[in-house]
Ligand binder design. Sequence first.
Ligand code: GLN
Length: 309
Amino acid sequence: MLCHSSEELMAFVKEARSAAKEGKVAEYIPALAKANPNSLSIAIFYPDGKCISAGDIDKKMTLQSISKVISLALVLMDRGEKEVFSRVGMEPTGDPFHSIGKLETMSPAKPLNPMINAGALVVTHLLKGKSVEDRLQPLLSFIREMAGDNRIDYSEEVALSEYQSSFLNRALAYFLRQHGVIQEDVEELIDLYTKQCAIEMNCLELARIGMVFAMDGLDPMRGKQLMPPKVARICKTFMVTCGMYNASGEFAIKVGIPAKSGVSGGIMGAVPNTFGIGIFGPALNEKGNSAAGTKLLELLSKTYRLSMF
Ligand code: GLN
């Protein structure tokens, strides 16, 4: 049984929206603090191109940590598993996404997984090209192709706002550089990483990307394999084990679908072989996940038995 109409979806949005009151928009990136905490939107994109949606669907969000799973897919295609996993691990941390603690206890100082900031910085470091723009372009093209929209770009305002306030990420990057895990200039890496995180879209486009992951890298509408199934499978596994930060265990029990969240309040879901989900609800719970978005997924999963477990 699946959700079939936008009207049906709207009833869930209305119910979940009250959970936004329990959350707060991210303020550590000043540009994100401007978001309306009560806004909530969702789109579900089916492999045949059908799309249902509800809420403020024209609102754009920046990907933030959702971009981590997409840059991972690209870097796995460009560099191969062996090289990528020689620099970043495969284990969940149980710590907040920006934690520096475990890095110091690891020898070598390899971040535990690509979904925490330290690991994502290593993955972004592996994006190929000479300049920041050179390295960003292939990622943008990949995202545009998956989302089916060539106009997708990054928000200069959000990128600059994070660049100017990214002290913790700089600390992580300097630590990684000191230990030889990354080699490049830290300022350049932070410039690239903050632009990657500031790539902007609405929940329909996000749902379409989720659908490509759900279909093991295939864009069924164009009959194009956008990434090898194995890469999509690795990404979805990370989404299950670490995609919702240190709330991934609880999310696996209550929702049970591969998902990745970002501090903008976005959540991308990929229900294997079924559909992709894009959600935007900027008020975050204490773990940094969209409060209303998480509630919405819990309701949908329970009603339509979406859990893969
Ligand atoms: N750009 C954000 C940061 O590095 C991404 C974190 C997130 O979405 N959890 O802090």
